[in-house]
Ligand binder design. Sequence first.
Ligand code: ATP
Ligand code: MG
Length: 638
Amino acid sequence: MADTFDIGLGNSDFKTRKIADSDFVSFWNKQAKNLSWFSSWSQTLDWQIPYAKWFVGGTINACHNTLDVHQSTKSDKTAIFWEGENGDSRVITYGDLFIEVQKFSNVLKSLDVKKGDRVTIYLPMVPELPIAMLACARIGAIHTVVFSGFSAASIKDRIVDSKSKIVITADGGYRKGKIVKLKEIIDEAIKDIDFVKHVVVLERTKNKISLTSKDKLWNNLMNDASDSCVAEKLDSTHPLYILYTSGTTGKPKGVLHGTGGYLTHLYSTFKWAFDIKDSDVFFCTADIGWVTGHSYVVYAPLLHGATQVMYEGAPDYPDASRIWDVLQKYKVSIFYTTPTALRMFMKFGDDIPNSFDLSSLRLLGTVGEPINPEVWKWYFTIIGKQKCPIIDTWWQTETGGLMISSLPGLETLPLKPGSGTLPIPGVDIGIVDENGLDVPPNTKGYLVIKNPWPGMLLTLWGDDKKYENVYWSKYKKYYYSGDYAKKDDDDYIWLLGRSDDVLKVAGHRIGTAELESCIVSHNDVVESAVCGIPDEIKGEVIIAFVILKNGITSSDKLEKEISNKIRHDIGAIATPAQIYFVSKLPKTRSGKIMRRLLKAIANNETIGDTSTLEDSTAVTEVKSVFDEIQKVIKEKST
Ligand code: ATP
Ligand code: MG
C-alpha cells in the first residue's frame, strides 16, 4: 500500500475533467480561446493518423502571445530575474523584453532570415537566449536550440540536419567557474559548411575571440536595429522549433513542434499544474537546451505574464548551497527541478537547505525521470516543509507539455510519492499489452496515448518515415511512448522505466524504476541504477550500481542489507546477482541515467561500441565514470 499525502491548494474544479473526457476536441477548442489569435480557426482538429493539425485555418504568433499581449498591463512587471553563475544579476521587465525582442527580430531580418528558415542557437543560459528564440518566433523562423554543453561534432550534425543559415552564439559561457569557449566550438563545427552565412556573437565572458568574415557582434547589430517589428501572422500549424531529445535510449531525435496547439497545451498546463498567479515567482532549473526549458522557462511562464528566475550556471557552484541561496534571494514560490538534481542535493545532507529561509515556497515540481518515493519524501519534508504539494510531471520532448501530473491549480487529489497521479484533462493515456489491449490495474504494460493532443509533435524534422516507425508502428492507432507503466486501483499512473530497459528474469518482467526506488529507500543510499546482463541459465540477471550518501562507506553488510530489502519489498526473483558501489553513474547531458551504457560496461564492451553516445565531450566525461565502474567490477570478480 503506497503512502498518500492529502495536500493541495484547496481547488476543486473536478468538472473540467468530466467535460474533457466527454469530448476532447471541443474541450481543447475552448482552451485555445485563452490565447490571442489574429484570426480564428475553421477546424479544431484535422486527424489523419499519425499526423494531427490543430486549429486549422487559425493564425497566431507565439511571440505576440508572450510579449505584446502584456504590454498594456504588465510592461513594468519583472519577466526575468537573471542570476549569473559569477554573481552578476539582471532584472528584465516585460517592457524591456518586448523592445529587445523586436530589435533582434529586425537584426534577423537584416541578415536575410525569412519565415520558415532555420536558426541554430548555441548560447549559455543568458536572457539573450530567450530573446533570440522569441525573435525567431516573431518573424516565423524556426529556432533550433542546441544545449551549450555539446561539442563541435554534435552541433555540426544538428546544423547540417536543420540546414540553418545562421548561428547565434557567445564568446563563452560560465560553467562551474570555468569559461566554455562556445565561439571556438562553433568555428570548428561550421568550418566545412558553406550554407551558414552569418554567425552572431554575444560577448558574455569577454574572453579573447578571433572574428571571421561571417561573424557579427550582437551588440553592434542591436545598436543599429529599430525597436519596432510587427509579429508575423502565422498558421497555427507553422513550425515553431526543432529540438533534439535527450538521447537516453539512442541517437537523439529531431522533434518538430507547431504553434497554436503547442501554445494551447502550455497555457493550460501551466495554469492547472503550476497554479500560476500574478504574484508568484517561478523557478525552473532546466537548461533551455532541453524541452523543459523551451516549454516551462520560455513559453509557458511568458504566456502567463509570470515572473521567473533564470539561473546561468551549475546548481552546486560555487558550493552545494547555491540553489537554496537563489531560492531565498528571489523568494521563489514555485520550484521545478529534476530527480537527478534532488538526489544530488540530498547527498549533501539536510543542514544546507535547512539553513536557508525557503518559506516563500508553495508548490514543488519534478520532471525527467521517475522520482524515487524516498527522494519525493525528502523534497516534501526538507524543502517543502510538508506544506507544498509536489507535482510529478511525466512528459516527453515529443509531447511538448505535461501529460501526466497532479493539478493543484484545478483540483486537490491525494498525492502518492512516486506516482504522477492522473493524465491531464483532454489526454487519454492507456497502459496496454503487446497487442494494444488495456491491461488490468496493477499490471505492467506499455504507456500509450490514445488520442491526439495539442502539444503533439508535428513529425521528426525531415523524416516522416522515422516518425511513423518510432511512434506509430508498434500500435497503429496509438502513440507509443517507449515507457513502461502501470495503473493502480485508483487509476493513478506509475512510471516504471523505459520499455527498452525492462529486465526479464526467469520469465518475469521487472521495471528498472521500482527496483531502483527500492534500493534508494535504504537509508544509506542516494542513487541507484540497475540493468540486466545475459546469463546462461536465467536468460538475464540483474546487476545494480549504488551510490552511497556522503560519509557512508561500502561493506558486505550493506550489500546484504540491500539484497534483503529487495527480496522483502519486491521478491527473491529481483535480487541482483551483483551489487557494485560506485561514486558516479553515466548520465546524458540533461542528467538522465544511461542504463544502456551500464549494460555495455558490464558486458565488457568498450566505450567505442556504444556508438549512440554521439557527443565527444560527453564521452570524455562518461569515460571516467566508465573506467571507475569497470575497475569496481574487475576488483569484485577477482
Ligand atoms: P531519447 O528519446 O533520445 O532516448 P529521452 O526520452 O530521455 O531521450 P526526453 O524527451 O528529454 O528524452 O525525456 C522523456 C522521457 O523522460 C520520458 O519518456 C520518460 O522516460 C522520462 N520522464 C520524464 N518525466 C518523467 C516522470 N515524471 N516520471 C518518469 N519518467 C519521466
Ligand atoms: Mg524519449
